[in-house]
Design a protein around this ligand. Sequence first.
Ligand code: TV7
Ligand code: CA
Ligand code: ZN
Length: 381
Amino acid sequence: LFTVKDSSKVKVSYHHNPAADEHHFGATHPMKPWRLTLTNQLVLGYGMHHLMDVYVPRRASEDELADFHSTDYLEFLRRVTPHNTDTFSSDMITKYNIGDDCPIFDGMYDFGSLYAGASLDGARKLINHQSDIAINWSGGLHHAKKSEASGFCYINDIVLAILQLLRHHPRVLYIDIDVHHGDGVEQAFWSTDRVMTLSFHKYDPKEFFPGTGGFDDIGAGNGKHYALNVPLKDGIDDNSYILLFKSISEAVLLSYRPSAIVLQCGADSLGCDRLGCFNLNIKAHGACVDFIKSFNLPLLVLGGGGYTPRNVSRLWAYETGLCLNLELDNKLPASQYADWWKPDYTLHPDLATTKHENKNTRKHLELARQKVLEQLRYLKG
Ligand code: TV7
Ligand code: CA
Ligand code: ZN
């Protein structure tokens, strides 16, 4: 099933409440929580649960959610259902940004408190040194705002987990490799230097959600230069992405010197994603995770987007293996779910198709790198 690459002991915890997987946004909605069941099947199939601490975290309480979210918004999420929606004013539906992207579905508050509970559990295991790396593939929902749903996200588990880490850590670095801009996390920490946010994403203000995250999004007040963005174009390939990611994140780590890192591993930056437009293979995405891991700082690893469930599960199983210093066999383990990985039944199918032509010129990539590195010259301390 796997070989052990490096027998040095890393304490990894895996936070998964299978109740989260059972929620449905709607038949045609691209967000499929059951991709977490597929992921977990591969994690178990490879036998990785024997090598880490597996927790079924409790739901986050309303008080815990209120560390970031407004109580009126939380009360709305808790009370509204598909059957009583018409008893809420249309102003409220508009204000909280309910719609096609963020529909009202049965159990949406429960879903939010489940994945937020898992991220908080992971953050606490890092704080009390029970884990070196904590993993929550159900988390990473980076668009949710204080009083507003956005982009399939209702509760911002990342902001909540970072707020926990800040109780014990002077500086937290947030890195986001989802194909979308991590706008909710950036906005929450826009004016503080205690969190640095770094997002790599497709950027096209008119055509691609959420439209923010250009070079000039840099934070404000005390947080000026502490929000970093790497806007990219369609079709970026393995080599350019890895090179850009490593050179930027290494410079950021050395200048900012965080004491903990939160890494959002959205799988929609893979090639063949239903919503994404990059051309990355699983190994390239994983190389970014492995690089961050090599700095040996307390690390919270989260999921995020990912709209082709068979590849989301491959990726997150592979990255669970990287956290554990394992080399997983390319042949996937047998299980009752195996048909999802037809016809090849492998961990590493070729995802770099010609569907998205690479529009990132060397000039654009070099400019992106320079623009970010320039911000680092202004950091205090
Ligand atoms: C973290 N893209 C979340 C990414 C959120 C992306 C969007 C859809 C979409 C929604 C659907 C649907 C869809 C095929 C794709 C401007 C709009 C255009 C709604 C139809 N099919 C993450 C959010 C993004 C909902 N939103 O970063 C129901 O695509 O582009 C938009 C906004 C207005 C609303 N319409 C889309 O990965 C988890 N939505 C089918 C059914
Ligand atoms: Ca991103
Ligand atoms: Zn995304």
